[in-house]
Design a protein around this ligand. Structure first.
Ligand code: F6P
Length: 525
């Protein structure tokens, strides 16, 4: 048994679970007319309603005690102090510095001059691009920017460019390519003019095969149309911590935007990895995004645990996962502009806390990160909501609703009405006497997050909220949320298999299934 599951706070929660297991949400609401207000939190542009979770005041007190037992406040302080809490890579975790307004931060080793320098270069470059100064090898102004990157170097900017669609600046289009499948680059380049197309090669390590392959194919595409010339470097920028690698790619030094080892890929959208966002919506909008996240950082650092929005979200997840055995969580943004959010959160949450060995090197005897999945509402209602309402599994849901500053159009109001209806139906169900197939059992947990409006500021706060939720879960589950060793072995196997697939190299030593699949793939009849 681990320290965690033997701990007093955990045992108290397990005992409490026995008591509250039979509680019914409808009864909990009937018994407490102020329940909705009691179990909701406002933080700047965001409001969280978690009253439709199977919790009462005692539950929240016991959960906050679990966070206190894990010394969450001091872990938060250690992150903001730049301590090397990414222990297996001996690195600090300072994505918060990218949105810090402090002149000097953190005290121990000041990274703000570098951060401000990078923001300055971004602002200069965005100004050139919007001012028509950014020109290709034949002097024509750039009209299309293609971001080549994967994982944290793709999902964040891709999600935000779509989410900030309303703020898009005219004149420049952005495109995203991540997959090694050549179809991805082909589709992105279809209809583009090489002379007016610019590529951002975004990769913290610049060792990622997909990104290097796509960058090479992009150069070939340019050369095919514009000839082999050194001028082609005018069509490339790089965002990376590997400055030598960028030089090797032929990217001019003034077009290399830095990243640092104290920024995790999946936490990097606040850096120059967000360049496509600034190009699409403008540098002012990008800085509003940073401000929104900064406000959530202040909330996370200062609010008491039980009124701290990221901490409460983390504790609700632990309550569901570890005490009610849920295995997945659905994220359903009722916003077409936020439709890439579930994919973004999959990497953030599952690459951070999808781990079975704790910080002390012991195998965890408790569940860690659930499978995060989702899609935009209302299309999701016509897809998997049947299972959410009548399936045999409890699937907690995060509904995300945009408030449009209280002035929604009729269609926007209908969208929000559907989100509220879905969370109510999950919570309170609907009996159908004599027609069990029509009955909704209800008592299914959900949180609803309301954004005042879909603005760069509220988006910044929303993402920082989930980043800090993941941080709090990692601390309580005693995990290092900032490494991802599990992804390397598959990459190495793929590297070794490629020549066997292409060149027919010897397959001795491979398992029979892989050998069989290779043989099938190599067969040409
Ligand atoms: O393979 C996983 C990963 O390392 C992610 O953590 C990262 O976001 C992604 O690959 C891309 O890495 P890079 O930015 O170094 O190309």
């Amino acid at each position: 048994m681990s320290k965690l599951t033997l701990s007093p706070a955990w045992k108290a929660l397990a005992a409490h679970r026995q008591k509250i297991e039979a509680a019914n949400l409808a009864e909990l609401f009937a018994a407490d007319v102020s329940r909705a207000g009691r179990f909701s939190i406002e933080a700047g542009e965001l409001m969280l309603d978690y009253s439709k979770h199977r919790v009462d005041a005692e539950t929240m007190r016991l959960l906050a005690a679990l966070a206190a037992q894990a010394q969450l406040p001091s872990w938060i302080a250690r992150m903001f102090a730049g301590d090397p809490i990414n222990s297996t890579e001996a690195r600090a975790v300072l994505h918060v510095a990218l949105r810090s307004g402090d002149t000097r931060f953190p005290e121990g080793f000041d990274v703000m001059p570098a951060v401000r320098g990078a923001l300055e270069s971004m602002r200069r470059f965005v100004g050139e691009a919007h001012g028509g100064v950014l020109r290709g090898v034949d002097g024509r102004a750039i009209t299309d920017v293609v971001n080549i990157g994967i994982g944290g170097s793709d999902l964040g900017p891709r999600m935000l460019v779509r989410a900030m669609r309303k703020f898009a600046k005219p004149g420049l289009r952005t495109h995203f390519v991540s997959n090694i499948d050549p179809a991805d680059l082909e589709a992105a380049l279809a209809g583009l003019t090489p002379a007016t197309t610019f590529f951002i090669v975004a990769s913290k390590t610049l060792t990622t095969v997909e990104t290097l392959d796509n960058a090479a194919r992009a150069r070939t595409w340019l050369e095919a149309a514009l000839g082999k010339s050194t001028g082609l470097s005018r069509h490339f920028a790089a965002v990376t911590a590997n400055i030598e690698g960028a030089a090797a790619l032929g990217v001019p030094p003034e077009r290399v935007f830095p990243l640092w080892d104290w920024v995790g890929g999946r936490y990097s959208v606040w850096s120059a990895v967000g360049l496509p966002v600034a190009l699409a919506a403008g540098m002012d909008a990008f800085e509003e995004l940073l401000e929104g996240a900064r406000a959530m950082d202040a909330h996370f650092r200062n609010e008491p645990l039980e009124r701290n929005m990221p901490v409460v979200l983390a504790l609700l997840e632990i309550w569901c996962v570890n005490f009610f055995g849920t295995q997945t969580r659905a994220v359903i943004p009722y916003s077409e502009d936020l439709r890439d959010l579930p994919a973004y959160l999959q990497q953030l949450e599952m690459e951070s806390n999808g781990k079975r060995v704790d910080r002390d090197g012991n195998e965890a005897d408790y569940a860690t990160a659930p499978v995060v999945w989702g899609a935009a509402g209302t299309p999701s209602q016509h897809s998997f909501h049947q299972l959410l309402h009548q399936g045999t599994r409890q699937i907690p849901v995060d509904f995300i609703v945009v408030g449009h500053d209280g002035k929604p159009s009729a269609a926007q109001a209908a969208l929000a009405a559907n989100a509220l209806a879905q969370s109510a139906a999950l919570a309170f169900g609907a009996p159908a006497p004599g027609a069990p197939h029509k009955t909704l059992p209800g008592n299914r947990p959900s949180s609803t997050l309301v954004l005042k409006d879909l603005t760069p500021r509220s988006l910044g706060a929303l993402i920082a909220l989930y980043e800090h939720k993941v941080f709090a879960e990692g601390v309580i589950w005693n995990l290092n949320s900032f490494d991802q060793w599990g992804v390397e072995h598959g990459k190495n196997l793929a590297r070794a298999l490629l020549p066997k697939l292409l060149g027919g190299a010897d397959t001795a030593g491979l398992d029979a299934s892989t050998r069989g699949l290779l043989a099938r793939l190599r067969r040409r009849d």
